[in-house]
Design a protein around this ligand. Structure first.
Ligand code: 3NM
Length: 223
């Protein structure tokens, strides 16, 4: 049974932890289990970068991380790799602008899969919504070292623009988000924040995750 129906995605986006093996200082399974203990609400497996696992090793890590998420009813999203998402029965997929279009992903994954799209402009956001995305990742809000081909950071401008136009789709901010920056992103109108390094590289993954949750709960407007 999926951890979540795509209609209920808004609440799950509250603290969206994204990670692959290259992002972790410690064993990825340990990092994820600490993040779950700290309170993350959704997880994305993003195995990318020069030393990323491929083939069977990638599949096995995905399966192990998914099993951990399933035990805690945390939705498990796969970045980009549709074949992997189907093979393991992931709850959904997250894609960028250069990946397979949402309409084709929807056909392959079915009506209840969560499909997230990265949007950097109003036009990209409108297109993704029209194509049937369940949520948008908007970024990079701040400069990031976790994505080689990240666009120029743009602050909360696009989030504000989308909400000012009355666009209600669930939104999550991404890019360079640290504990001290979460509040202002939430006030711009997102439903949650996506974080790689501020959690994956923390000395205490559990403590920083708990602090993120506290900060989000104090500043969340879209509840
Ligand atoms: N996507 P960190 S920025 C995966 O702008 C990703 O679409 C982005 O990592 C986008 O929290 C980004 O370490 C990296 O900055 C986020």
């Amino acid at each position: 049974m999926p951890a979540i129906h795509s209609d209920n995605i808004r609440h799950a986006l509250k603290l969206y932890f994204i990670m692959g093996s290259i992002n972790c200082k410690a064993n990825p399974l340990h990092v994820l289990s600490e993040a779950i203990a700290g309170g993350i609400t959704i997880f994305q497996f993003r195995e990318k970068g020069p030393t990323a696992l491929i083939g069977q090793a990638k599949f096995e890590l995905a399966k192990q991380l998914q099993t951990l998420c399933q035990a805690h009813r945390i939705p498990f999203i796969v970045n980009d790799d549709i074949d992997l998402a189907i093979a393991i029965g992931a709850d959904g997929i997250h894609v960028g602008q250069d990946d397979e279009p949402v309409s084709s992903l929807r056909k392959r994954l079915g009506p209840h899969a969560i499909i997230g799209v990265s949007a950097h402009t109003l036009e990209e956001a409108q297109q993704a919504i029209q194509d049937g995305a369940n949520y948008l990742g908007v970024g990079p809000i701040y400069p990031t070292k976790s994505k080689d081909d990240a666009k120029e950071s743009q602050g909360t401008r696009l989030i504000e623009q989308l909400r000012a136009q009355g666009i209600l789709i669930p939104l999550v901010g991404i890019g360079g988000i640290t504990l001290d920056k979460a509040a202002c992103i939430l006030h711009a109108g997102v439903d949650g924040v996506s974080v790689i390094s501020a959690i994956a590289q923390a000395d205490s993954v559990r403590d920083v995750t708990t602090q993120f949750i506290r900060e989000i709960e104090m500043n969340q407007l879209n509840v």
